[in-house]
Ligand binder design. Structure first.
Ligand SMILES: C[S@@+](CC[C@H](N)C(=O)[O-])C[C@H]1O[C@@H](n2cnc3c(N)ncnc32)[C@H](O)[C@@H]1O
Length: 365
């Protein structure tokens, strides 16, 4: 699989800054809540400007990001007046994206005497104010999910956040693009052939559980809106890291995935073997669903990264490209944005190979 597709990859180093969140820190709306795993609004603009057959034959079918995160896709579409819809199980992220469709920022209430986030939360009833506190608590975490001891006092950070949001809302969004709770693997709410294009980035296989970083501000959201009961947002997560809880899974019929799963089992990494099997099962289920909901001929771009887990090379982009072809996608290009590690090694007859972060440019046939 790797040999067949490797030749068809195109390196485009300029894409490296589009597959990371860096740009989001300075752009209106996107700077409210910056997620380490986000892609950049520039990637959305490239999709809107260059993807062929967007919106289907009538040109107005809504676009979709089934793994919405902090809503980079739906927000950027909304800034351009393009109808789009997102799905995201993490409730605080979806909430912040939703409230961005307001047209002005109401003045903060009297917050004198508040010190802990719970005391602030108790005084905040306006959704935009609640979103501002969620963003502040998110920004006070270190990259490891601990409280940053040098973070400014909540009151100062909240006033700054309110000012940023107020400034951005002076140019309100041009479309109301919803982000719904839901599972990107099934999209049960969406009818067949109902969307006019997809740009998305599912979670990447990784040693780190990035959902841990969202826990502190998910807790803030739960202060007003209750804990998730029937649908625990973390249970809906596509299993993507070593400690992910994985239910019994179907045995993969994909030869490349089976080879990885068997190798991991053979070297005693049973837990990783289960996670990797469940991860690809989730990604493949998502691809089948994307094929079901997208109108024929419309674009489907997927940002995805490979990894090296316990020294086992996992070329996720080429594995997904191969699978997508078997279910009726035309994979037009694999654009390689960057190597995920500097460490290049021999892999079979290929030399100098490293896991890549790539964009699969596909179209339904
Ligand atoms: C790589 S991030 C996407 C980031 C997004 N592109 C952005 O710019 O913020 C993957 C997202 O998928 C979400 N996710 C995980 N499992 C999911 C599922 N089964 N259905 C929908 N979303 C899911 C995660 O919570 C995470 O926010």
């Amino acid at each position: 699989v790797e040999r067949a597709w490797y030749r068809r990859t195109t390196r485009e180093p300029a894409l490296a800054k589009l597959v990371t969140a860096t740009q989001a820190r300075t752009e209106p709306f996107h700077r409210w809540l910056v997620f380490k795993q986000a892609f950049s609004p520039g990637l959305v603009r490239r999709f809107l400007d260059t993807a062929a057959h967007l919106g289907g034959p009538t040109g107005d079918a809504p676009l979709l990001d089934p793994f919405s995160g902090t809503g980079t896709f739906v927000l950027e579409c909304a800034r351009k007046g393009v109808p789009a819809i997102g799905f995201e199980p993490l409730r605080a992220s979806a909430f912040v994206t939703r409230v961005a469709s307001a047209t002005s920022f109401p003045p903060l209430p009297n917050l004198d005497g508040c010190s802990s986030w719970q005391e602030f939360a108790a005084r905040l009833t306006e959704p935009l104010h609640q979103a501002a506190l969620i963003c502040v608590i998110a920004s006070q975490q270190t990259a490891r999910g601990e409280l940053n001891k040098n973070a400014p006092p909540i009151i100062d950070a909240l006033r700054d956040q309110a000012k940023t949001m107020e400034d951005d809302l002076r140019t309100p969004l041009l479309a109301q693009n919803p982000v719904l709770p839901g599972d990107g693997r099934t999209l049960a709410m969406l009818a067949d052939a109902s969307v006019g294009g997809i740009l998305t980035s599912p979670p990447y296989l990784s040693r780190h559980d990035y959902t841990k970083l969202t826990q502190p501000y998910e807790e803030v959201y739960a202060f007003w809106h209750g804990s998730a009961t029937e649908t625990d947002p973390r249970k809906n997560q596509l299993p993507a890291h070593g400690s992910a809880p994985t239910a019994r899974r179907r045995r993969s019929t994909d030869p490349a995935v089976s080879e990885i799963v068997e190798t991991l089992t053979m070297i005693g990494e049973k837990r990783w073997s289960r996670t990797v099997g469940a991860y690809f099962q989730g990604v493949f289920d998502s691809l089948r669903t994307f094929h079901r909901v997208v109108q024929t001929g419309c674009p489907c771009w997927i940002t995805i990264a490979g990894s090296r887990i316990k020294d086992v090379y996992i070329p996720t982009d080429t594995i997904v490209a191969e699978f997508a072809t078997t279910i009726g996608f035309n994979v037009k290009e694999i654009l390689v944005a960057r190597d995920v590690t500097r460490n290049r090694r021999r892999f079979g007859s290929l030399s100098g190979v490293a896991p890549r972060e790539s964009i699969l440019v596909m179209q339904t046939t």
